[in-house]
Design a protein around this ligand. Structure first.
Ligand code: SAH
Length: 195
């Protein structure tokens, strides 16, 4: 089985950590009343599009031989690079959940009493969680030597990122006004702003 190959094992460990971090913080924010919700059909579709490349296809690749037709071999140094990218992605994913706390939500929403977070990993970039998912997508591509299981997450997340990030910032501007606009001037979206 593919899961027995060392780099696939590394990926599986990271995958479990990723899922545990998400589940733990999702529990913290569960049940809070929403003041604004844009969890509409488009959001549901975007989440549905993300499910196969982030969950279903990698697990199918790891635990069956069905996707082997799309296998290829990468040089060792790129796989090491993938492992480092995964470690950084996991750290950033965890820190952004920890810094957002109860203000996190799976969609574009504001809870009652929502607070603007500008500290921790939010100090220099506005979307550290999306930055972590971009890094994760690259790590998945470099660790799983399979075109489908490795790289399908890149186009899926690109669509989600492009359709969501502007809308989320618009919602934050409406809710926090000049405070958020000032914050936008001081920060970059997924990379720190060069002053
Ligand atoms: N885009 C952010 C957060 C993703 S979670 C990131 O990539 O890190 C999505 C929710 O986080 C949004 O619905 C919004 O309510 C909330 N959010 C985004 N930025 C925030 C901030 N700076 N402070 C508080 N909440 C924020």
């Amino acid at each position: 089985m593919n899961v027995l190959k060392p780099w696939n094992c590394v990926f599986l460990v990271g995958f479990i950590v990723f899922a545990v971090v998400r589940a733990a913080y999702a529990r913290t924010a569960k049940g809070d009343k929403k003041a604004v919700s844009m969890f509409d059909g488009r959001e549901r579709l975007l989440l549905a599009v993300m499910f196969p490349p982030t969950m279903l296809i990698p697990l199918l690749y790891l635990f069956s031989h069905w996707l082997e037709f799309a296998d290829y071999q990468l040089p060792l140094y790129l796989q090491w690079f993938g492992a480092v990218a995964m470690a950084v992605a996991l750290w950033l994913f965890w820190r952004s959940h920890a810094d957002l706390g109860r203000n996190w939500s799976v969609s574009v929403e504001l809870r009652e009493g929502h607070e603007l977070v500008t500290h921790g990993v939010y100090k220099h970039i506005r979307h550290p969680m999306y930055a972590a998912i971009w890094l994760w997508a690259i790590a998945q591509g470099l660790l799983l030597s399979n075109w489908l299981a490795g790289w399908s997450v890149v186009p899926a997340f690109a669509v989600m990122y492009i359709l969501r990030v502007g809308r989320e910032e618009e919602m934050m501007c409406n809710a926090f006004g000049d405070t958020y606009r000032d914050y936008m001037r001081q920060t970059g979206r997924i990379l720190p702003r060069i002053k």
